[in-house]
Write a protein that binds this ligand. Structure first.
Ligand code: AMP
Ligand code: MG
Length: 316
């Protein structure tokens, strides 16, 4: 079986093609970026409409496949930005009708988890999912995902992007913050862990103030925001691993591309005698291969469901 997956929940439009044994034969993305400012929903929707055919064509070329090889189309039904989701859904509907393919709506967050698990050939990790919108600690119980800790306000990626916007670093900001952080030293910031949950909005306010009042350099703030937020998540995840007695940790989501974050989690896991896993850069952020794979796993449960911008992973 060969599945085509379409991603469009946020700034990335992606088309991936996977086989039913978990092999990724194409994974093409085109992401909305800006040199200043952040994500503007209607601009993102226009972006997706403009690049869709080009991304699809490249995916078919990379895979050496065409529509006749595809069994069905999986798409990201949510969670995500409403205009971006609708742009993706309308494109998928058009392809589905034109080429006579069934469509399967899947949960974007669950797709991040399942592609990480199949890539690393793991069965039952603690998942740490840190993307633009989401920051969650997740485990599987009785075949269902259960969120055992999460951000009480912003997702870490969005928080970093907001700060980067103030620094005029452009979007996405996380990678630029990582570079500046290399030349920074520590300034004290609020450290906000509440039980198994974390909160980033107070930290954002603090770094914005320190920057605007010229009380700390860009580099020091980038370094300190990383150290603080990554330490908070490492603490909560360590508790999750101790409590659940799980032996593997899997980091997924775009913020998982950060080397310092991986280093901290790896140290924690090594000290506990457990194993840290992440995914290669091209599978960390949003892309279509994960949607295709999740579609394969859910093909008998889900079908066309339009979009669901607030679909939580624990409702899958
Ligand atoms: P996703 O929503 O999974 O595609 O992840 C996108 C988010 O990941 C954005 O908020 C980016 O700023 C963030 N991100 C990407 N690369 C890095 C990095 N190297 N360090 C920190 N955050 C990053
Ligand atoms: Mg994502």
């Amino acid at each position: 079986m060969i599945i085509l997956g379409v991603e469009s929940t946020a700034h990335t439009f992606g088309v991936g093609i996977v086989t039913s044994d978990g092999a990724i034969v194409a994974n093409v993305t085109d992401s909305f970026t800006s040199t200043e400012g952040g994500m503007i929903p209607h601009e993102i929707a226009d972006h997706h409409k403009n690049v869709a055919e080009k991304v699809l064509a490249k995916a078919f070329t990379d895979a050496g496949k065409s529509w006749s090889d595809i069994n069905f189309i999986a798409y990201s039904a949510g969670p995500g930005l409403d205009p971006a989701l609708w742009a993706g859904y309308n494109i998928v509907k058009e392809w589905s009708e034109k080429y006579g393919k069934k469509i399967v709506g899947v949960n974007h967050c669950a797709a991040h988890l399942s592609i990480g698990a199949v890539w690393n050939k793991m069965t039952d990790p603690v998942y740490l999912y840190v993307s633009g919108v989401n920051t969650q600690i997740i485990v599987q119980e009785g075949g269902k995902y259960k969120v055992i800790g999460e951000t009480l306000d912003l997702g870490l990626g969005n928080m970093l992007d907001k700060f980067a916007r103030l620094l005029q670093l452009g979007f996405p900001g996380g990678p630029k913050i990582e570079i500046l952080a290399k030349n920074g030293k520590y300034v004290e910031l609020p450290y906000v862990v509440k039980g198994m949950d974390v909160s980033f909005s107070g930290i954002l306010t603090k770094i914005q103030q320190l920057y605007e009042r010229k009380q700390a350099s860009k580099e020091d703030l980038c370094f300190s925001v990383q150290e603080t937020c990554f330490a908070m998540l490492t603490e909560v995840v360590e508790r999750a691993m101790a409590h659940t007695e799980k032996k593997e940790l899997l980091l997924v989501g775009g913020v998982g591309a950060n080397k310092r974050f991986c280093e901290m989690l790896n140290i924690m896991c090594t000290e506990r005698g457990t194993q840290f896993y992440n995914v290669p850069m091209n599978l960390a952020g949003d892309q279509g291969a994960m949607i295709a794979w999740e579609g394969f796993l859910r093909k008998d449960t889900y079908s066309d469901m339009e979009v669901n911008p607030h679909w939580r992973v624990d409702e899958v």
